[in-house]
Ligand binder design. Structure first.
Ligand SMILES: N[C@@H](CCC(=O)N[C@@H](CS)C(=O)NCC(=O)O)C(=O)O
Length: 156
Protein backbone atom coordinates (compact mmCIF):
# COMPACT_ATOMS: atom_id res chain seq x y z
CA UNK A 1 0.00 0.00 0.00
CA UNK A 2 1.20 3.56 -0.72
CA UNK A 3 2.39 5.60 2.20
CA UNK A 4 -0.37 7.59 3.91
CA UNK A 5 0.59 11.06 5.15
CA UNK A 6 -1.67 13.49 6.95
CA UNK A 7 -0.72 17.16 6.65
CA UNK A 8 -2.34 18.77 9.68
CA UNK A 9 -1.86 20.59 12.98
CA UNK A 10 -3.00 19.47 16.44
CA UNK A 11 -5.60 22.19 17.13
CA UNK A 12 -7.48 21.77 13.84
CA UNK A 13 -10.93 20.24 14.46
CA UNK A 14 -11.24 19.10 10.84
CA UNK A 15 -7.91 17.31 11.26
CA UNK A 16 -9.17 15.68 14.44
CA UNK A 17 -12.07 14.22 12.47
CA UNK A 18 -9.57 12.69 10.04
CA UNK A 19 -7.23 11.44 12.79
CA UNK A 20 -10.21 9.68 14.37
CA UNK A 21 -11.31 8.20 11.03
CA UNK A 22 -7.80 6.87 10.34
CA UNK A 23 -7.77 5.29 13.79
CA UNK A 24 -11.26 3.78 13.40
CA UNK A 25 -10.29 2.22 10.07
CA UNK A 26 -6.96 0.96 11.39
CA UNK A 27 -4.93 2.80 8.77
CA UNK A 28 -1.31 3.42 9.72
CA UNK A 29 -0.25 6.91 8.77
CA UNK A 30 2.56 9.39 9.01
CA UNK A 31 2.17 12.90 10.30
CA UNK A 32 3.42 16.16 8.85
CA UNK A 33 2.63 19.09 11.09
CA UNK A 34 1.95 22.22 9.05
CA UNK A 35 1.58 25.83 10.20
CA UNK A 36 -1.97 26.95 10.99
CA UNK A 37 -1.68 29.89 8.60
CA UNK A 38 -0.44 30.13 5.05
CA UNK A 39 2.15 30.50 3.52
CA UNK A 40 3.08 26.84 3.24
CA UNK A 41 5.50 27.06 0.33
CA UNK A 42 6.28 23.33 0.14
CA UNK A 43 2.72 21.99 0.43
CA UNK A 44 0.59 24.51 -1.46
CA UNK A 45 2.15 23.85 -4.90
CA UNK A 46 1.32 20.15 -4.44
CA UNK A 47 -2.37 20.94 -3.86
CA UNK A 48 -2.97 23.38 -6.70
CA UNK A 49 -3.22 26.30 -4.31
CA UNK A 50 -5.67 24.71 -1.84
CA UNK A 51 -4.92 26.27 1.53
CA UNK A 52 -7.13 24.65 4.12
CA UNK A 53 -6.27 21.96 6.63
CA UNK A 54 -6.14 18.94 6.63
CA UNK A 55 -4.74 17.39 3.47
CA UNK A 56 -4.27 13.66 3.05
CA UNK A 57 -1.51 12.31 0.85
CA UNK A 58 -1.62 8.73 -0.38
CA UNK A 59 1.52 8.10 -2.41
CA UNK A 60 1.55 10.89 -5.00
CA UNK A 61 -2.18 11.60 -4.63
CA UNK A 62 -3.35 14.58 -2.56
CA UNK A 63 -6.87 14.69 -1.13
CA UNK A 64 -8.23 18.09 -0.13
CA UNK A 65 -11.40 18.65 1.93
CA UNK A 66 -12.51 16.19 4.59
CA UNK A 67 -15.40 14.90 2.45
CA UNK A 68 -12.90 13.63 -0.16
CA UNK A 69 -10.46 12.52 2.52
CA UNK A 70 -13.12 10.45 4.31
CA UNK A 71 -14.05 8.78 1.02
CA UNK A 72 -10.39 7.86 0.47
CA UNK A 73 -10.02 6.52 4.02
CA UNK A 74 -13.21 4.47 3.67
CA UNK A 75 -11.50 2.65 0.75
CA UNK A 76 -8.16 2.29 2.54
CA UNK A 77 -8.93 0.58 5.80
CA UNK A 78 -9.62 -3.07 6.32
CA UNK A 79 -12.11 -2.78 9.21
CA UNK A 80 -15.82 -1.99 8.71
CA UNK A 81 -17.36 1.21 7.42
CA UNK A 82 -16.95 4.56 9.16
CA UNK A 83 -20.73 4.95 9.06
CA UNK A 84 -23.58 3.02 10.65
CA UNK A 85 -25.27 0.82 8.05
CA UNK A 86 -27.45 2.88 5.70
CA UNK A 87 -26.70 6.13 7.53
CA UNK A 88 -23.77 7.59 5.61
CA UNK A 89 -25.96 10.29 4.04
CA UNK A 90 -27.50 11.26 7.37
CA UNK A 91 -24.09 11.35 9.10
CA UNK A 92 -22.69 13.61 6.37
CA UNK A 93 -25.74 15.88 6.40
CA UNK A 94 -25.59 16.34 10.19
CA UNK A 95 -21.81 16.90 9.98
CA UNK A 96 -22.29 19.53 7.28
CA UNK A 97 -24.98 21.29 9.30
CA UNK A 98 -22.83 21.38 12.44
CA UNK A 99 -19.72 22.52 10.59
CA UNK A 100 -21.41 25.30 8.63
CA UNK A 101 -23.48 26.56 11.51
CA UNK A 102 -21.43 26.09 14.65
CA UNK A 103 -17.84 25.74 13.57
CA UNK A 104 -17.56 28.97 11.63
CA UNK A 105 -19.24 30.96 14.41
CA UNK A 106 -16.88 29.38 16.96
CA UNK A 107 -13.94 30.34 14.73
CA UNK A 108 -15.11 33.96 14.69
CA UNK A 109 -15.25 33.96 18.49
CA UNK A 110 -11.94 32.21 19.11
CA UNK A 111 -9.42 32.50 16.30
CA UNK A 112 -11.04 35.67 15.00
CA UNK A 113 -10.27 37.41 18.29
CA UNK A 114 -6.88 35.88 18.98
CA UNK A 115 -4.12 38.41 19.60
CA UNK A 116 -1.33 38.28 17.04
CA UNK A 117 -3.51 37.13 14.14
CA UNK A 118 -1.71 38.10 10.92
CA UNK A 119 -3.24 41.31 9.55
CA UNK A 120 -3.37 39.98 6.00
CA UNK A 121 -5.44 37.03 7.22
CA UNK A 122 -7.91 39.36 8.95
CA UNK A 123 -8.19 41.45 5.82
CA UNK A 124 -8.50 38.54 3.49
CA UNK A 125 -10.84 36.41 5.64
CA UNK A 126 -14.26 37.74 6.44
CA UNK A 127 -13.17 41.11 7.83
CA UNK A 128 -16.67 41.80 9.12
CA UNK A 129 -16.64 38.60 11.21
CA UNK A 130 -13.13 38.97 12.60
CA UNK A 131 -13.82 42.08 14.64
CA UNK A 132 -15.08 42.96 18.09
CA UNK A 133 -18.12 44.73 16.69
CA UNK A 134 -19.18 41.50 15.06
CA UNK A 135 -19.17 39.47 18.32
CA UNK A 136 -22.89 39.46 19.22
CA UNK A 137 -23.88 37.68 16.01
CA UNK A 138 -21.74 34.52 16.45
CA UNK A 139 -22.55 34.40 20.18
CA UNK A 140 -26.25 34.49 19.40
CA UNK A 141 -25.96 31.91 16.60
CA UNK A 142 -23.88 29.55 18.73
CA UNK A 143 -26.30 29.75 21.64
CA UNK A 144 -29.16 28.71 19.37
CA UNK A 145 -27.11 25.95 17.68
CA UNK A 146 -25.83 24.47 20.94
CA UNK A 147 -29.41 24.37 22.21
CA UNK A 148 -30.36 22.34 19.14
CA UNK A 149 -27.35 20.02 19.54
CA UNK A 150 -28.32 19.43 23.18
CA UNK A 151 -31.86 18.51 22.21
CA UNK A 152 -30.65 16.18 19.43
CA UNK A 153 -28.27 14.36 21.78
CA UNK A 154 -30.79 14.22 24.64
CA UNK A 155 -33.31 12.57 22.33
CA UNK A 156 -30.95 9.63 21.56
N1 LIG B 1 -14.30 22.16 3.97
C1 LIG B 1 -13.00 21.95 4.54
C2 LIG B 1 -12.82 22.92 5.69
C3 LIG B 1 -11.47 22.77 6.38
C4 LIG B 1 -11.14 24.01 7.20
O1 LIG B 1 -11.81 25.06 7.14
N2 LIG B 1 -10.08 23.88 7.99
C5 LIG B 1 -9.64 25.01 8.76
C6 LIG B 1 -8.73 24.51 9.87
S1 LIG B 1 -9.52 23.45 11.03
C7 LIG B 1 -8.82 25.92 7.88
O2 LIG B 1 -8.07 25.45 7.06
N3 LIG B 1 -8.94 27.22 8.10
C8 LIG B 1 -8.08 28.15 7.45
C9 LIG B 1 -8.78 29.08 6.51
O3 LIG B 1 -10.03 29.12 6.53
O4 LIG B 1 -8.05 29.75 5.77
C10 LIG B 1 -12.86 20.51 4.99
O5 LIG B 1 -13.89 19.84 5.25
O6 LIG B 1 -11.73 20.00 5.02
Amino acid sequence: MSQVILHHYPLSPYSEKIRLALGLKGVSWNSVEIPAWTPRPKLTPMTGGYRRTPILQVGAQFYCDTLHILRAIEELGSSGSLYPKGQEGLAKAVGWWIEKGSFMNAVCLTIGNMPGLPQELIEERRPSSYSEQALPRPICRLTIRFGLHDRMLAAR
